[in-house]
Ligand binder design. Sequence first.
Ligand code: HAM
Length: 430
Amino acid sequence: MAGKIKFQTPRGVKDILPKEQKYWWWLEKNFYNVFEAAGFERIILPTFESTDLFKRSMGEFTDVVSKEMYTFKDKGGNSITLRPEGTAGVARAYIQHGMQVLPKPIKLFYWAPMFRYDRPQAGRFREFWQFGLEVLGDDTPLSDALLIQALCKYYHKIGLQDVVVKINSLGTDKSRSKMVGALTKFLTGRKKDLCADCKIRLKKNPLRVLDCKLNKCQSIIEEASVILIDNLDEASKKRFTKVLEYLDEMQVCYELDPTLVRGLDYYTHTLFEVVIKGKEEMAIGGGGRYDNLVKQLGGADTACIGYAGGVERTIDALKLQQVNIPEDSKADIFVVQLGDKAKQKAIKVIDDLNGLDLRVATAIGKGTIQGQLKEANRLKVPFVLIIGDQEVHDKNVILRDMHDRSQETILDRNIVKMVSKKIEEKNISK
Ligand code: HAM
């Protein structure tokens, strides 16, 4: 006889249970509010794309492409990859749908799960959610600053404190190659002190050494920062200074970080990460300019900048800072009924109220008033209508304001009129 099989989620993936939903809803709702007002439009990308798209965009020797992609052959023999991020898909969609002919800039956002075969630990999953923003077709330093400013506004709106933007510039392609040349020379001189992975990175893509988190490599990376700054060409320096000037004007809290290179190859010029300062610094998102990516994928020359925030990490930060999440009411009114006759009357009242396009809740199956009020509290309804046998006899109902606990009696014939008036007044005073 077969034993009992106990299924569990695979390592690194999770269920997002009802008790977590208030955080998810809070982030998502504010995300749409802030970024739709900033002119962004939503794009929904496919969950999987051809493997080549990610290899070409993010770079073959990045950790994401070389170690972390969920790649498989489909039944037609095509190599498919579950998206590890959204930028490559956005660039592909921009080209595929001829968006270059639309008025620029094109501002897109997404809110979607991503997949990386990462080492699971706190804030690191194999399926995780990102909210992403991509601005295509604007090369001005102001567009960098405006995106960063909008992000800070978002993080402020959701209640996060101690949010700091770490920022750096890789400059143009030319200054990037000069930088890589000088870095290779420096790192080759220190090769024996590097970790085994960095020895390989040095050979394949020296910039990736700067992503190493091991203590062994940290002091070498710090020394390397001087080389990076020295190799930024004048035009790139000027551009970067302009971005910083705008950020100063906008009073954005930022910190220069010359060792910030980020783990993906498509970046040029401005790079940034959003961190929460605290006992331990926590990165909740990152982004930067990718002026060459669209061209690299076969499209027209299109300067772009974007950002992706980790939803789980942002929620961790909200919890750590004990941010009070206001919960919306899930219904406008809750009808409590006590007794058989009351139940019958309640069904009729609910029917009448539904005609008003209100969200009417009830718990017909629950007998006690305590049980029903508990459910009303859980739904955070502003009003409760109470109907007992006495109210059936007197042809009225009791309307309770759940906020100030005041009660009034309403005649049956006035229920619809009074309830809609009360709810309208409550909505206006919000
Ligand atoms: P990324 O730095 O690879 O950038 O990821 C952005 C954010 O996603 C990270 O800062 C982190 O919050 C979250 N994240 C990444 N991996 C994991 C994981 N395994 N578990 C949980 N959260 C994770 C990008 O993806 C770029 N596409 C950002 C971008 C958009 N650049 C330009 N446009």
